[in-house]
Design a protein around this ligand. Structure first.
Ligand code: NAP
Length: 248
């Protein structure tokens, strides 16, 4: 049920952190991986790790917020394997600031990468998924998109937007056997969270019933479930992967 042999998966933000873990886990289960990242050296490293697991991999430099760049990237991936079966929209950034100090650039850059980037990739691959009557789309949201967080209004809005986008896509594409789901990770130890101060980390830890921070692998495991046959009857859902931070 977890066999992804013969499937091609696109993972954005694949160069490090959660995206790399997702790429490696899907490869371990047989998928070939298009590792997409704005940092091509990082995605090349992920691609080489995927190849070390015996799967094929293509590293691509792409800014997910740029629709022309995305369309070109998807064309290259389809030329490479002839099909796209799995899309994981994982690329994301933070530009934290309190509301009164948040400038236009901080607002727009986060919305453009996190939300518009997810839209750009989803629109570009959906035509192939519709034609082949199979597709699995997983969007990485965040607990912050559900709870909100002081100092992260841009990030929270982008991650809440991903949930609305996911449910709409799920409804539009269900008739063609394309599922779309979101994962809302809590605090995951990656380069994105490494620079947070000890006070903030302690505050987060106090909110986690399971008593530990998450790993990229914890999130990758949920992706694997959703894109494999085990998750074939699940669509339009938001799955929290947060050690119990949110229970609703
Ligand atoms: P990360 O370590 O910062 O990795 C994100 C990757 O995305 C980096 O390689 C980054 O490249 C790349 N990227 C940034 N902007 C891009 C763009 N415009 N186009 C293509 N690639 C781009 O982050 P992470 O912690 O693994 O997070 C992955 C996802 O999970 C994000 O969507 C994040 O919001 C979400 N998430 C993370 C946590 C957490 O606690 N870590 C919690 C909830 C949700 P550069 O390094 O060159 O910028």
């Amino acid at each position: 049920m977890l066999d992804l042999g013969g499937k091609t998966a696109i993972v954005t933000g694949a160069g490090q952190g959660i995206g790399r873990e997702i790429s490696l886990l899907l490869a371990e289960h047989g998928a070939d991986i298009a590792a997409v990242d704005i940092n091509v050296d990082a995605s090349a490293e992920t691609a080489s790790l995927v190849k070390g697991k015996g799967r094929d991999s293509l590293a691509l430099k792409c800014d997910v917020s740029d629709s022309k760049d995305v369309d070109g990237c998807i064309t290259k991936i389809v030329d490479w394997k002839g099909a796209v079966h799995i899309l994981v929209n994982n690329a994301g950034i933070t530009r934290d600031n309190i509301l009164l100090r948040m400038n236009d650039s901080e607002w727009h850059s986060v919305l453009n990468v996190n939300l518009t980037g997810t839209f750009n990739l989803t629109r570009a691959v959906s035509k192939y998924m519709i034609r082949q009557r199979f597709g699995r789309i997983v969007n990485i949201s965040s607990v912050i998109g559900i709870m909100g967080n002081a100092g992260q209004s841009n990030y929270a809005a982008s991650k809440a937007g991903i949930i609305g986008l996911t449910r709409s896509v799920a409804k539009e594409l269900a008739g063609r056997n394309v599922t779309a789901n979101a994962i809302a990770p809590g605090f995951i130890e990656t380069p994105m969270t490494a620079s947070l101060g000890e006070d903030r980390k302690k505050m987060m830890m106090d909110m986690i019933p399971l008593g530990r921070f998450g790993t990229g692998k914890d999130v990758a495991n949920v992706v694997l479930f959703l894109v494999s046959d085990l998750g074939s009857y699940v669509t339009g859902q938001v799955i929290n992967c947060d050690g119990g931070m949110i229970m609703a």
